[in-house]
Design a protein around this ligand. Structure first.
Ligand code: PMP
Length: 400
């Protein structure tokens, strides 16, 4: 009965990963998938995560019973506090409903499903370009995906005017997907003044903000500063959705820990929204897994471990910033044609380098350097040792 199933195309980022794995070259370099690597090119398990897991061993092995549909209650509370702030009036007024989901992806997917079922507008606008999986979450829910201008390839920076024009022309009430900070794939974020203009325009037009928060703390190492765009929207009393991921910020990728929050106008609405979220989650996976969320909860609720986490988060952020500077210096030293200052101006884990698909193919073929064909690199995949090699390769690619 399945003979007629056609082969689906490969998913690009995984195809890059497979090609990298199969490459026998000792010089190979993977700048494709967005995971943090140490200076030695190794995955990083945070010490504070290890410590939390040790503390939890007894408690966890004693109880593997189901969580509620909405997940670990304490985790939800702490996650809301993380993103909206300890003194958030929306939280105090019980206007926020937060559900524990399968990381950022699961939060986006459940959020999209909720909107498809309960929101009157079934169009979402997302930045051009955006994280490759973003359209899928919404298309799968039956929501139409449109784009707004965001990245200006001539400056490798923000096309703010284009963004405002496109949001201004969006149909009233449409959903707008925004990345809170450390924009994937561009590394380009609006500044706070620009965010304020975006907020005003969106509220004026009744556009519904859906924030993807996958890199809170990865830009400035201050969780409060990085969450500012969200908090500006929440402070005006209007609605918004947030999808928070712990994959990158705690290095918990495979634990799949995240939270969807929906900020409502009243506590009564929030509680009705939560009741509907349960109906969406129940037939999908019934309830989320406990392990990862217990680790996060242990860290967030203990001031000492929280402090240790911030220190480790800052070390990751500092290393990424240092990679940006070193890469810029190496490109500059080689007098490679073009202005490479965007490498240090961009923020977060990624940089859209400006390399085109042909140059990327050359880097892969001749230098065994892997990245997505749009020229996005993961700066955390670099080290002081590998930067000269990448700079030489870019030199060769650009001067061809
Ligand atoms: N949003 C963005 C912008 C991302 O970059 C990613 C991961 N690359 C995700 C969401 C989803 O990640 P996860 O499901 O692991 O939280």
């Amino acid at each position: 009965v399945f003979e007629y199933v056609t082969r689906a195309p490969d998913i690009p980022v995984y195809a890059v990963m497979v090609a990298y794995k199969e490459d026998p070259s000792p010089f190979k370099l993977n700048l494709g998938i967005g995971v943090y690597r140490t200076e030695e090119g190794k995955p990083l398990l945070l010490n504070v995560v290890r410590k939390a897991e040790k503390l939890l061993v007894n408690e966890l092995s004693a109880n593997k019973e189901y969580l509620p549909i909405t997940g670990l209650a304490e985790f939800n509370k702490l996650s809301a506090k993380l993103i909206f702030g300890a003194d958030s009036s929306a939280i105090k007024e019980n206007r926020v409903t937060t559900v524990h989901c399968l990381s950022g992806s699961g939060s986006l997917r459940i959020g999209a499903e909720f909107l498809a079922k309960h929101y009157h507008q079934r169009t979402v606008y997302m930045s051009q370009p955006t994280y490759a999986n973003h359209p899928n979450f919404f298309v799968a829910a039956g929501i139409t995906v449109k784009t707004y201008r965001y990245y200006d390839p001539t400056t490798c920076g923000l096309d703010f005017q284009g963004m405002l024009e496109d949001l201004g022309a969006a149909s009233s009430g449409a959903i707008v997907l925004l990345q809170t900070c450390g924009h994937n794939p561009t590394g380009v974020d609006p500044n706070l003044e620009q965010w304020e203009q975006i907020r005003k325009l969106m509220r004026l037009k009744g556009l519904l903000p859906f924030f993807d928060c996958a890199y809170q703390g990865f830009v400035s190492a201050s969780l409060d500063a990085d969450a500012q765009p969200v908090r500006m929207f929440v402070a005006d009393g209007g609605e918004c959705l947030t999808a928070l991921s712990y994959s990158k910020i705690m290095g918990l990728y495979a634990e799949r820990v995240g939270a969807l929050s929906i900020v409502c106008k009243t506590a009564d609405v929030a509680s009705r929204v939560e009741s509907q979220l349960k109906l969406i989650i129940r037939p999908m996976y019934s309830n989320p897994p406990i392990h990862g969320a217990s680790i996060v909860t242990a860290i967030l609720k203990d001031s000492e471990m929280y402090g240790e986490w911030i220190t480790e988060l800052k070390a990751m952020t500092d290393r990424i910033t240092s990679m940006r500077q070193q890469l810029y210096n190496a490109l500059h030293d080689r007098a490679i044609p073009g202005d490479w200052s965007h490498i240090t101006k961009q923020v977060g884990m990624f940089s859209l380098t400006g390399l085109n698909a042909e140059q990327v193919a050359f880097l892969t073929k001749e230098y065994h350097i892997y990245m997505s064909s749009d020229g996005r690199i993961n700066l955390a995949g670099l080290s002081t040792k590998t930067i000269p090699y990448l700079a030489d390769a870019i030199h060769a690619a650009v001067n061809r």
